[in-house]
Write a protein that binds this ligand. Structure first.
Ligand code: 7PJ
Length: 284
């Protein structure tokens, strides 16, 4: 299995890729405001690369429930200088986390190589055109297709089946209608997007049904609020549960982990991989 994202090419199996989160927002739920200016966002991103992040996910619009929508101009103003500076200073792949085609295109022009489309359930064709034109990687993240709001919690008869069907439908549409090659596509079940705690748990337990599809799977669980609903852990106390999810995801064959706490996540994931490599040793 291979993932192509402009100049980057990843051949799997290979060590899990950790994607460090770069929030250039005043209001992201976990670190909003902390790295809001260009220089601190860039410095934070480069620190994550030192800690082992191989992909940086740069976002200028918070998807937190109740967050202010951001205009296209403002989103561009936030993220493009960060993409430009990072493109000139790191080999890590740059991913743009956006729902806006114009932001995706501008980021690709500035040196990004992956489009992380958190609005994949309702994104526009223009998004796909930009991805196809640049030969970029494309993350298809599940959100409930009903645009009523990604934070409404629909009921699913079988969330694993419905997310799987969404991937199939999206893959067919993308491949047939947009000129995006399957080798550019990454699948993401969209933990926390339009899902109740039980749906998140069912998806995490059933990740193997996605990892067998011959496309890389990305998982974003870092510090998410379902952890608090389950354990009571406040925002800055959710690292242990985030790591538990990451480790089990590695066991299920997930290829990319999106994380705030890169050093800790890399350490946990490398340990899990080392143990899993011994799992074919004969047991007495
Ligand atoms: C995700 C994301 C995720 C992908 C966010 C947060 C909310 N992109 N962007 N997957 N989550 N691909 O970080 O909690 O799970 S924003």
């Amino acid at each position: 299995m291979i993932l192509k994202a402009r100049q980057h090419e990843y051949r799997f199996p290979r060590p899990v890729l950790v994607m460090g989160i770069v929030n250039v927002t005043p209001d992201s739920f976990s670190d909003g405001g902390k790295y809001f200016d260009t220089d601190s966002a860039v410095a934070h991103a480069l620190e994550m690369v030192q800690q082992g992040a191989e992909i940086l996910d740069i976002g200028g619009e918070s998807t937190r429930p109740g967050a202010e929508p951001v205009s296209e101009d403002e989103e561009l103003r936030r993220v493009i200088p960060v993409v430009e500076k990072l493109a000139g200073s790191t080999q890590a792949a740059l991913s743009i986390d956006t729902m806006k085609p114009a932001v995706a295109r501008a980021a690709l022009n500035a040196g990004a190589s992956i489009v992380n489309d958190v609005g994949a359930g309702r994104s526009e064709r223009k998004m796909w055109e930009a991805v196809a034109e640049f030969g970029a990687g494309y993350v298809v993240m599940h959100t409930p297709v009903n645009a009523a709001g990604m934070h409404e919690k629909p009921d699913y008869n079988n969330v694993l089946k419905e997310v799987g069907e969404f991937f199939t439908e999206r893959l067919i549409t993308l491949l047939n209608e947009s000129g995006i090659a399957s080798e550019q596509v990454v699948l993401d079940p969209g933990i926390g997007f339009g899902k109740k705690v039980e749906h998140n748990l069912q998806l995490l337990a059933g990740l193997g049904s996605f990892t067998k599809r011959q496309r890389p799977v990305l998982l974003g669980v870092s510090r998410k609020s379902f952890i608090e609903k389950l354990t009571g852990a406040k925002l800055n106390e959710r690292l242990p549960a985030s790591l538990a999810c990451a480790i089990l995801a590695v066991k299920s064959g997930v290829n990319i982990i999106r994380a705030h706490d890169v050093a800790e996540t890399v350490q946990a994931v490398r340990m899990a991989e080392a143990i899993l490599q011994q799992s074919n040793v004969e047991r007495p």
